[in-house]
Design a protein around this ligand. Structure first.
Ligand code: GCO
Length: 449
């Protein structure tokens, strides 16, 4: 399979600081909103937190060694803002910088290209205390953080991702409250969306200014949206605007999709400052698509502003559903790449995340996760189809390397190619990890097989 993607295709795995690092109070790290949130009662389904997680902070050397053995040549990780700036701004914590410096050097020594995500949801608590993403000053705070990181690592890291899934952090964090900081109100929504979109572009500008030869990108969660019945077409168009278009179109200079979602017009009227609409644009070198499932929606009067809701896979008699309750529907990968490739300003696409949580069991020391192999194989076939049709998709990062802390779900859903026993920290490469290893080790496959 590998050779069909061509020699320059990037093969990686993706991770996030809070989900794997642990060591939350080590070497001067300040608290983040996820520390606070996960320790509040009832916020995480299993009552767990990520104080320890995969102990990646201490185990990164052997973990990266394993990553190398599996054949991946790129590793996507995020920087915990509060390790570098414990108060979010101001004082720099040298040991925090040193940790990422060692991690980067170790990647490089193994021939693994580091891909850094600057924001994967763990806002310093000190900044949340000042209003977090509802406060317009976040644009300055974030620029300061990006400035510190790019000055420290820009000479050796050339692949930078500004935000991880801005839709999730803004809506789940400040509107529905399912994620940190767990705030819930409609009045937060428009400021948070707008500040996030501004940060996305400003962050890009800081990276480009400090590292002229960097590849700068940002990621979006995305799903093709299908109407449940013919009557639901308008609903599907609205959901598409919210899920797939809200954060990319402002970067392309198209503004927010206000025609489909009139409530967004409130941004220009009440939230934005003069000149903002121009500041939202930034010409990213690449965009990262994070794709897992398609959505099927129907109209609903119960959901204000959107007037639509999801039709669950259970109601649709879907055959394969993951532990997250997500439908496995490989063709959606092809469709979503096609949808994003149609934007004129999109130059390059990387699949910065795709993967599946299934219930894993250990049998005689082995995890035979055939369903996960099927998932990656079939989703990859659809990436290939898009590529062969000429779409500029140039890499695939499996979510994820190690089983880890799955946010509000706790440790139960396991997405890893490597199983982690959270009591002993033992790692067991799953059959899916071996599948990648085999696939990636074969430069050329005989054409007829
Ligand atoms: C996300 C993330 C990951 C998740 C993964 C599975 O955006 O949700 O980037 O942190 O763990 O998507 O849900």
């Amino acid at each position: 399979m590998k050779h069909e993607f061509g020699p320059d295709f990037v093969w990686g795995t993706a991770t996030a600081a809070y989900q794997i690092e642990g060591a939350v109070d080590r070497d001067g790290r300040g608290p983040s909103i996820w520390d606070t949130f996960s320790h509040q009662k009832g916020k995480i389904k299993t009552g767990e937190h990520a104080d320890v997680a995969c102990e990646f902070y201490d185990r990164y050397e052997s973990d990266l060694q394993l990553h190398k053995e599996l054949g991946f040549d790129a590793f996507r990780f995020s920087i915990a803002w509060s390790r570098i700036l414990p108060d979010g701004i101001g004082r720099i914590n040298e040991p925090g910088l040193q940790f990422y410096d060692r991690l980067i050097d170790h990647c490089l020594s193994l021939g693994i290209t580091p891909w850094i995500t600057l924001y994967h949801w763990d806002l310093p608590q000190a900044l949340e205390n000042k209003g977090g993403w509802t406060n317009r000053l976040i644009v300055n705070w974030f620029s300061e953080f990006v400035n510190v990181c790019t000055k420290a690592f820009g000479h050796k890291v050339k692949h930078w991702i500004i935000l991880n899934e801005p839709l999730a952090s803004s809506i789940l964090g400040y509107f529905t409250g399912q994620h940190a900081p767990g705030r819930r109100s409609f009045s937060n929504l428009l400021p948070v969306i707008h500040h996030t979109a501004l940060v996305q572009a400003e962050g890009g500008r800081v990276v480009r200014q400090n590292i002229p030869d960097a590849q700068v990108g940002t990621t979006f969660s995305c799903s093709p949206i299908d109407p449940f019945t013919l009557r639901d077409q308008a609903a599907a168009i609205r959901v598409d605007a919210l899920l797939n278009r809200l954060f990319i179109e402002p970067t392309l200079g198209m503004g927010y999709p206000t025609r489909e979602l009139p409530f967004l017009a409130g941004i220009a009227k009440k939230v934005a400052k003069p000149g903002d609409m121009e500041r939202l644009a930034f010409d990213f070198d690449f965009i990262g698509l994070q794709h897992y499932f398609r959505a099927v929606v129907e109209q609903s009067y119960l959901m204000p502003y959107l007037w639509a809701k999801d039709v669950s896979p259970l109601r649709r008699n879907v055959q394969t559903i993951t532990e997250m309750g997500w439908e496995v529907y490989p063709e959606s990968m092809y469709r979503i790449i096609k949808q994003f490739a149609q934007y004129e300003g999109v130059k390059k696409i990387y699949i910065t995340e795709s993967g599946a949580a299934f219930y894993d069991t250990i049998d005689q020391g082995k995890v035979n996760d055939l369903a996960r192999i099927d998932y990656h194989q079939n989703y990859l076939r659809n990436v290939l189809r898009a590529k062969q049709e000429g779409m500029p998709v140039e890499g695939y990062f499996a979510w994820t390397f190690l089983d880890n802390f799955e946010w509000a779900e706790g440790y139960r859903p396991r997405f890893g190619l490597v199983y982690v026993d959270f009591r002993t920290q033992q790692r067991i490469v799953k059959a899916s990890g071996r599948w990648f290893q085999q696939m990636l080790s074969k430069e050329v496959l005989p054409d007829v097989l």
